[in-house]
Design a protein around this ligand. Structure first.
Ligand SMILES: [Zn+2]
Ligand SMILES: [Zn+2]
Length: 224
């Protein structure tokens, strides 16, 4: 009799352990999922809209879009209809286009109210204080612009066109300009994408990734 009781007790104890484990596991898994879900939503709230400006090869935009969106852990849409280059943008003396006027036009798009907007052009852009620009953003707005013209290897000397190099640089500069839109300033770390590029060599060196500090600011900016 005593042996039977022990057996019953052992079975009951074993069952209790199993039930506890199952409940714990279910609970643990549910809270884990919730946490993961919340984190995904936090960084995915702002869609990136890529807007072709003027005469630009659509393949460039199609190739950079998924890489840029991946860095920001968000989704993207390529706007179908290219935006006309603003009439007043061209400066005859400089033979360049005023980047700020692109921003003004981008701000008028309905997409600028819905998410982050990056205009992509293939003309030489400038701002009065500098010889040229790879891109320009207005902090506190939702728009920025980027030009692929000076990211092309063939822009310099006798270099041959190289689509891969062009895409790599374009991804870096797009991530950089969108970083300003999300609220980031320039970063002193030359290996961080938010470092200010004075030349294409700077762009090639830094690459498309944020340093840890900037990555934290991006997560904050994307969830605000
Ligand atoms: Zn910058
Ligand atoms: Zn940084």
């Amino acid at each position: 009799m005593a042996v039977e009781s022990w057996k019953k007790l052992l079975v009951t104890a074993a069952l209790a352990v199993v039930v506890t484990l199952v409940v714990y596991n279910l609970y643990g898994r549910t809270t884990g999922n919730n946490r993961l879900h919340k984190r995904t939503v936090e960084v995915s709230m702002k869609t990136i809209y890529l807007v072709p400006i003027g005469d630009i090869d659509k393949v460039i935009i199609e190739d950079i879009a998924p890489e840029v969106a991946e860095i920001y852990s968000t989704d993207y849409k390529i706007v179908d209809k290219p935006l006309d280059i603003p009439k007043d943008a061209y400066n005859k003396d400089r033979e360049q286009y005023l980047a700020r006027s692109f921003l003004e036009t981008l701000k008028e798009l309905p997409e600028s109210k819905k998410g982050l907007v990056i205009g992509i052009a293939d003309v030489d852009i400038y701002t009065p204080e500098l010889n040229f620009l790879f891109g320009l953003a207005e902090m506190g707005s939702s728009v920025c612009v980027m030009s692929v013209t000076r990211l092309r290897p063939e822009f310099y000397g006798n270099n041959k066109p190289d689509h891969k190099v062009l895409i790599k640089r374009s991804v870096t500069e797009s991530v950089h300009e969108l970083g300003h839109v999300v609220g980031l300033a320039h970063c002193p770390n030359p290996a961080c994408v938010m470092f200010f590029s004075n030349s294409r060599a700077d762009t090639d060196y830094k690459g498309k990734h944020f340093c840890d500090e900037c990555a934290q600011l991006v997560r904050k900016g994307m969830s605000e």
